[in-house]
Design a protein. Structure first.
Length: 127
């Protein structure tokens, strides 16, 4: 990836399109938003693949991400709490719990930040 300076931030031309990044939301995505998005969406994608491989019938997965930052240490991300809502009929809590554990082990973004950022995952099942 190559990032070029633009007014208010930087941009990269990627296969899907242009990614604009800035500390100012008026000019692009903020770096912390991209970090949290990477952790959440990686986890969601891995969970989806695991459930599909296990032939667990589900209709939807949504993820709510909450972030705790430390203003005294460069506003660093200290904790990301991910709450997954998995929608489907006849979903078994034990099966989803095991899938969540596998998700944590196999999400490259979560594994990349272990020791630096606490990542907490919770879930609920909706019919």
């Amino acid at each position: 990836m190559k990032f070029n300076m633009k007014e208010g931030g930087f941009a990269a031309d990627l296969p899907f399109g242009q990614l604009e990044v800035s500390g100012n939301e008026e000019y692009g995505f903020r770096p912390y938003q991209l970090m949290v998005s990477s952790i959440a969406v990686c986890s969601g994608g891995v969970l989806r693949k695991i459930l599909e491989k296990q032939r667990v019938g589900f209709e939807d997965i949504s993820i709510k991400a909450d972030v705790k930052r430390n203003e005294e240490e460069a506003n660093r991300i200290e904790k990301v709490s991910l709450h997954f809502t998995i929608t489907g009929d006849n979903l078994k809590e034990e099966k989803i719990q095991k899938a969540m554990e596998l998700t944590r082990k196999n999400c490259s973004m979560v594994q990349s930040v272990i020791g630096s950022i606490e990542v907490e995952e919770t879930f609920e099942i909706k019919s």
